[in-house]
Design a protein around this ligand. Sequence first.
Ligand code: FAD
Ligand code: SF4
Length: 275
Amino acid sequence: MELLQPSSLDDPIPSNSLLLSGGTEVVPLLRDGLLDADVLVDVRGIVPRGIDGTRIGAGTTLAELEVDSAIPDALREACRLAASPQLRNMGSLAGNLLQSTRCWYWRLDFPCRLHGGDTCHARAGEHREHAIFGNGFCASAHPSDVAAALIALGATMRTTKRELAVADLYRLPTDDDRSLTTLEPGELILELEVPQPERSTYLKAMERRRWSFPIVGVAAARTGDERTIVLAGVAPTPWVLDSPEALADATPLPGTAYKVEIAQALVRRVLQALA
Ligand SMILES: Cc1cc2nc3c(=O)[nH]c(=O)nc-3n(C[C@H](O)[C@H](O)[C@H](O)COP(=O)(O)OP(=O)(O)OC[C@H]3O[C@@H](n4cnc5c(N)ncnc54)[C@H](O)[C@@H]3O)c2cc1C
Ligand code: SF4
């Protein structure tokens, strides 16, 4: 396998290559045979890193975000509660947004729908960490705390091809298209614009106090009367909750019904925090 380390966005990126930033996700997936590539492209020389007012380079690490007091509370908290200090030191913002599902069937390479097959093994099998919304085709639960926070904050991103809301990065998989994001092959996330709300917060229920993906995460932001609530760990993508009452529309599996109660409790608490 060849490693390229471009220093300019004008350097060509071969079509058969795999992008790599901190490598905390890519390296284990390569090791386990879930990813394969002839060429690895280390994008750290070409993707901006650092914080400039409301602009954040997509190569900025979670550790850099969690200690910057100018970063909105929801995003800082989401970073602080993610993974472990070592992973947050290596892991980039873009890499976090594009991490793969933690569904154990997918990670064990079961021929499930996200791997192109015709069955969701989790729906009939072990699924206590899985989804309560949007789970008809694939019941995986989106693992990123950070994505939920960014969407609640109304963040947008600039890529090598377009500008889009972070919310529009994600899509539910279907029979015709199994991908969970709208990113095109070779498209690089370069920078994010993160508005500063009047108030924001992120709360997370997890198995352990540290180093644990969200069972349910709730990000919320408020400016004036405008309020946005976004959940992590409850659907194959970050899930925008139109109103607290919309939790009644959840479609939990037998093993994930407990998540609805957790989400209700966390939503109540974030609303108190925003008030
Ligand atoms: C044990 C463990 C626990 C974790 N716990 C949590 C948690 O609780 N909450 C949470 O939110 N996250 C958690 N994570 C995820 C962690 O935060 C991510 O692995 C990390 O942020 C990924 O960043 P990276 O730079 O290492 O990505 P990489 O591994 O380098 O890349 C990940 C993906 O992003 C793509 N990519 C990277 N940069 C770009 C770019 N600029 N443009 C386009 N594509 C790009 C890569 O091609 C790859 O597909 C955990 C991870 C592990 C291993
Ligand atoms: S939840 Fe999604 S990733 Fe997991 S087995 Fe079902 S289709 Fe595959």
